[in-house]
Design a protein around this ligand. Structure first.
Ligand code: SF4
Length: 418
């Protein structure tokens, strides 16, 4: 397998969006998430606003940007730490001090308490989490403010508060002899700080794709039901593997009264799933798995649990990006692996493991459109601004929200597998 540089080699016939060949500052001001997997998703109220890039950083040759980023990092030394998510482009990952998933990166930032600035090459909710967990005097910068997450944006605070009020009213008359709460809110890490704070205030908790089962066990020990947001697929795949029947997992559509459910269905529920999804992982299908098996007998198929349930059921294994990486590391030379997750990570795994055949289940190049908005030009701007004593695009979570969100994050850290 060869590595694919989206900005250079993607041709219209191979890519999900012809705008992939453009530079991010050309579409940053447009309504929408930009070219990539979630470009068709409507941007809801409260989503992160598009971010600009000073003209002097636009259209600068790649080699010059690379040299300027390196020079700025050298000048800043230990005063800055650059974090790069697995789904970032190679040209950005090349400058990261740590590469990982959202939670690994927030944890990595904790190992650098002396850094004045944390430059988070990821998306908005990740920078918020880093700000919540870092020291108050540390500045967290998101190079492009338009780098949100379409999944996180599918659950806004107002809609979740409204859902909660309806559920409280519905469950108000329930007998409480078992000592359990009627419902426990569980939010995926891919959510705004406001929703993590909501969980902190209402006896709830945060989960990642690595610990979702442990977190659901924690919640079932304290409540009769769980309200799981924003990713329906992670919630459904995890609860199904724990033996929760599908008929006890109604979906909550925030645009309909009672989420589009009957009171009986909600009373009988164990997990109420928010109507949210990741546009990147939603693209994977059982047909793609069938095709991979037909073309490569013996192929091992591994997918992320944000994929739809039929895809997870048809795969040989599912797990977080960390699980996927470890499965690739553990594979023997000559093994063939088809992977259902973001294209930049799959291509990087392929490049790092030339003795194995590794390919993305989806043959169409379609990156996470919001991650794609971090371009080396934005990173150069942030770092050179820090050298000049400025801190653009700072992500600052207010003290009350941060405090409540920390409660939900702490519960997650203390939750243990049963
Ligand atoms: S891959 Fe999906 S969940 Fe992750 S940042 Fe992109 S849209 Fe959000």
């Amino acid at each position: 397998m060869t590595s694919v540089n989206l900005t250079i080699t993607a041709r219209p016939s191979e890519a999900c969006d012809t705008d992939l060949a453009k530079d991010p500052w050309e579409f940053a001001a447009l309504a929408g998430y930009g070219p990539g997997a979630s470009s068709a998703d409507p941007i809801p109220r409260g989503a992160v606003r598009p971010g600009g890039l000073p003209p002097e950083y636009q259209g600068v040759p790649d080699a010059e940007l690379h040299a300027r980023i390196q020079a700025a990092k050298t000048a800043l030394g230990d005063r800055v730490v650059v974090l790069g998510h697995f789904y970032q482009r190679d040209e950005v990952v090349a400058h990261a001090d740590f590469v990982g998933d959202s939670y690994q990166l927030a944890q990595a930032a904790l190992t650098r308490p002396d850094a004045e600035a944390i430059v988070f090459c990821g998306v908005h909710f990740m920078a918020e989490t880093a700000d919540i967990l870092s020291a108050p005097e540390q500045k967290v910068l998101l190079p492009n403010l338009a780098a949100g997450c379409s999944m996180a944006d599918m659950a806004d605070s107002d809609s979740v508060e409204d859902c909660w009020e309806q559920l409280e009213e519905l469950f108000a008359g329930e007998a409480a002899g078992d000592g359990l709460a009627p419902v426990i809110p569980v939010t995926y890490m891919n959510s705004s700080a406001a929703l993590k704070a909501f969980c902190g205030r209402h006896g709830g908790i945060v989960c990642t794709s690595s610990n979702a089962k442990t977190v659901l066990e924690w919640a079932f020990a304290r409540g009769r039901r769980v309200l799981f947001f924003p990713d329906q697929h992670l919630g459904r795949n995890t609860a199904k593997a724990m033996g929760v029947p599908l008929e006890q997992m109604p979906m909550w559509n925030p645009r309909q009264p009672l989420g589009g459910n009957t009171p009986e269905a909600l009373r009988e529920s164990r997990v109420i799933l928010w109507h949210g999804f990741c546009s990147v992982h939603k693209r994977f299908t059982v047909e793609q798995i069938d095709r991979a098996r037909a073309e490569y007998p013996g192929v091992k198929v591994i997918v992320h649990p944000e994929c739809p349930m039929p895809v997870v059921d048809a795969a040989d294994a599912s797990g977080s990006t960390d699980v996927i990486r470890k499965a690739v590391d553990a594979a023997a030379p000559g093994d063939v692996l088809a992977i259902g997750t973001e294209i930049n990570l799959v291509n990087r795994l392929a490049a790092e493991n030339p003795d194995k055949t590794i390919f993305c289940l989806d043959p169409v190049i379609c990156p996470c459109s919001t991650m794609y908005r971090i371009h080396p030009g934005y990173l150069a701007w942030c770092l050179e601004s820090l050298v000049a004593g400025e801190a653009p695009n700072r992500i600052l979570v207010d003290a009350r929200t941060a405090s409540d969100a920390r409660v939900a994050l702490e519960r997650m850290l203390q939750a243990r597998p049963s």
